[in-house]
Design a protein around this ligand. Structure first.
Ligand code: PXL
Length: 293
C-alpha cells in the first residue's frame, strides 16, 4: 500500500485541511500519515478561533520517522501558518526526497479564495509560498492564490481561456512541472480545473456543472483527491476529472441537506464514490499508466 504524509493544520471543526485529507486519502486506498502544523478550534472563516502552533513538533516527528526507517511515496502540503513553517516543510521535502528519489510532492498553497487572503496572511507570505511551489511536482492553487503568487490583480469578472493558460504558464515558470488551476470556468454554468504540463507543453481542462453555492473546504477536498489519485498511479488528467466530479458530488449532497452547515461540505455521504474509484484502480489498470500490482 502506498503511504503519503500530509502536512497541514487540524481545524477541530470546519471540515477542512486534515479532517478532510485523512478520510479522502484513506478512501482512495492509501495510508495517510499526518503532521499537524497547528491545532485550531475551527477554521479561520469563523468569527474567532484558538490557535496552538506546533511548529516545534514538525522536525522531531520527521527525525523520529527517519530513525524508524519510514519512507513515503508522496508529500502533500496544505495550509501552513508561518514563514518558518514554509522553510521547515521545504527542508523536510529535501530530506524525504533524498530517501526516495521517486517522491511526489503536491503543494496546495491554501491561503486565499474569492479574491481575498485568509485571515492572518499578507502578500509577502503569498510570495514566500512560491519557494515551496518550486520544489513541487504538482501545485494546485485556485485563481486567487495564483494571482497572489504571481503578484497580478485578481480578475473579478473571470478569465478567457487564453488568460487562464497565461496564468498557468507563468506559474509553471516558478519551477513546478505540473500546474493545476482550480475554479476554472470557460463556459456558463460550468466549473472545473485546468492543468499545464511543462514537459509536453500541453494544457488539459475539465469542467462539470457549476452549482450556485460556495462552501469552504472544497479546495482541500479537490487537492486531497488529486494527491491520492496520482499517488495510486492515475494520470493528472484522470485525477483532475475524478477530483472535479467528486467535489461536485460533495456540493450536491450538501445542498440536498436542508440542515447543512455553512462551514464545509457533506463529503461523508459521498465518500463511497472514492472507495469505488479506488477499487476500480486496483481491478482495471489502465495501459501505459503506473499502476500498483
Ligand atoms: O480550507 C483551507 C483552510 C485550512 N485551514 C485553515 C483555514 C482554511 C480556510 O479558511 O482557515 C485553518
Amino acid at each position: 500500500m502506498k503511504r503519503i504524509v500530509t502536512i497541514q493544520d487540524i481545524s477541530c471543526i470546519g471540515r477542512c485541511s486534515l479532517t478532510v485529507a485523512l478520510p479522502v486519502i484513506s478512501a482512495l486506498g492509501i495510508e495517510c500519515a499526518v503532521i499537524p502544523t497547528a491545532v485550531l478550534s475551527n477554521h479561520t472563516a469563523f468569527s474567532g478561533f484558538t490557535f496552538c502552533d506546533l511548529t516545534d513538533q514538525i522536525t522531531p516527528i520527521v527525525e523520529q520517522w527517519q530513525r524508524e526507517g519510514l519512507t513515503f511515496d508522496a508529500v502533500y502540503t496544505g495550509y501552513l501558518g508561518s514563514f518558518e513553517q514554509i522553510r521547515i516543510v521545504s527542508h523536510i521535502i529535501d530530506v524525504l526526497r533524498a530517501q526516495n528519489p521517486a517522491l511526489r510532492v503536491i503543494v496546495d498553497p491554501a491561503m486565499a479564495d474569492f479574491g481575498k487572503l485568509y485571515t492572518g496572511f499578507d502578500e509577502t507570505f503569498a510570495r514566500e509560498m512560491t519557494s515551496l511551489c518550486k520544489k513541487a511536482d504538482i501545485v494546485l492553487p485556485n485563481l486567487t492564490e495564483a494571482c497572489y503568487m504571481l503578484g497580478i490583480p485578481y480578475p473579478e469578472h473571470g478569465c478567457s481561456e487564453d488568460e487562464y493558460k497565461a496564468i498557468l504558464y507563468k506559474l509553471s515558470a516558478l519551477g513546478c512541472p505540473t500546474t493545476v488551476l482550480t475554479g476554472v470556468s470557460l463556459r456558463e454554468n460550468r466549473i472545473g480545473a485546468m492543468s499545464y504540463d511543462r514537459e509536453s507543453d500541453t494544457y488539459f481542462c475539465y469542467e462539470n456543472e457549476h452549482l450556485a453555492a460556495q462552501f469552504h473546504g472544497t479546495g482541500d477536498i479537490f487537492a486531497s483527491v488529486v494527491t491520492g489519485a496520482v499517488t495510486r498511479g492515475m494520470s493528472v488528467s484522470r485525477a483532475l476529472t475524478l477530483a472535479v466530479d467528486f467535489t461536485l458530488a460533495c456540493i450536491r449532497s450538501t445542498m440536498a441537506d436542508a440542515d447543512h452547515r455553512w462551514y464545509g461540505v457533506n463529503f461523508e455521504s459521498v465518500l463511497g464514490q472514492l472507495t469505488a474509484a479506488s477499487d476500480a484502480m486496483q481491478n482495471e489498470p489502465v495501459p501505459g499508466e503506473n499502476h500498483e500490482n
